[in-house]
Design a protein around this ligand. Structure first.
Ligand code: BTN
Length: 251
């Protein structure tokens, strides 16, 4: 049993053997009155979902977790929650395994260019009425990446470290960092998060392409703005993009 040293995150927690998707389950729980910081974990998912309607392979051995977030934040600030989650996961992985993890905009976690974790934030209902976000966190932990029949290059913690990690400890540590990050955002403290995010950002200062549908923007990746948008310096000047609308590619 793992003690979670948080004020509220993870105090209400359910662990299921198999779910369609922990995000779908957390959404149901949120509709039924689920509380801020409530957590659902599944040992495996049979219809896990990634960003941009992609499938997310979720075999046994991974950490598949969703957190109900009901923060005191405006919708304009809600996108910062997924940035907060990326930094929380990076901090947890660095603390527990001393691995240097990079963040690829907006919140893919990479080790040596290979994806080890992803985050899916989904707003439930109308933000102003219920103000609920489901933060879905997927970490490729204790399985072989051969199980991921994906075109993306992925890696798992077990492959990188050469041993199996303790999933309870990993979940608990992420929740501790996440609670701190979310609380800081509620107190309007974005600067620390912004600089921590940028310190880990992959491709910062490099020439990149930003894809918005069919449109391509070329420029230098400058980081994220005070509003949590991607900042691109182009020949025409500075452009800003929100996380939902664009993809970032190397030159
Ligand atoms: C991505 O990188 O595309 C985001 C992946 C998010 C996967 C997690 S696993 C737990 C939660 N449940 C889901 O169905 N998806 C998220």
């Amino acid at each position: 049993e793992q003690m979670v040293e948080t004020k509220s995150f993870g105090h209400v927690l359910s662990i299921e053997d198999k779910l369609k998707s922990t995000n779908a389950k957390a959404r149901e729980l949120a509709r039924e009155g689920g509380i801020h910081g409530q957590v659902v974990i599944a040992k495996s998912q049979y219809a896990g979902r990634g960003r941009m309607q992609r499938e997310w392979q979720s075999p046994l051995g991974g950490l598949w977790m969703s957190v109900i977030i009901r923060p005191n934040l405006t919708l304009a600030n809600a996108s910062k929650l997924t940035l907060a989650a990326s930094v929380a996961i990076v901090d947890a992985i660095e603390e527990l395994y001393q691995l240097r993890v990079g963040i690829k905009w907006p919140n893919d976690l990479l080790y040596n260019g290979q994806k080890i974790a992803g985050i899916l934030g989904e707003v439930v209902g109308e933000w102003n009425r219920v103000q609920t976000l489901i933060l879905g966190i997927g970490i490729n932990a204790n399985f072989s990446s051969e199980k991921l029949g994906s075109i993306l290059t992925a890696a798992t913690l077990k492959e990188i470290l050469g041993y199996e990690v303790d999933l309870n400890r990993l979940a608990a540590t992420i929740l501790e960092y996440l609670e701190k990050q979310v609380t800081a955002l509620e107190e309007n403290l974005f600067e620390d998060l912004r600089s921590n995010w940028m310190a880990r950002a992959v491709g910062l200062g490099e020439e990149v392409r930003v894809l918005r549908g069919e449109e391509v923007f070329r420029g230098v990746f400058k980081g994220i703005s005070q509003d949590g948008e991607l900042l691109l310096s182009t020949e025409q000047g500075e452009e800003r993009f929100s996380a939902g609308e664009v993809r970032l590619r190397s030159k």
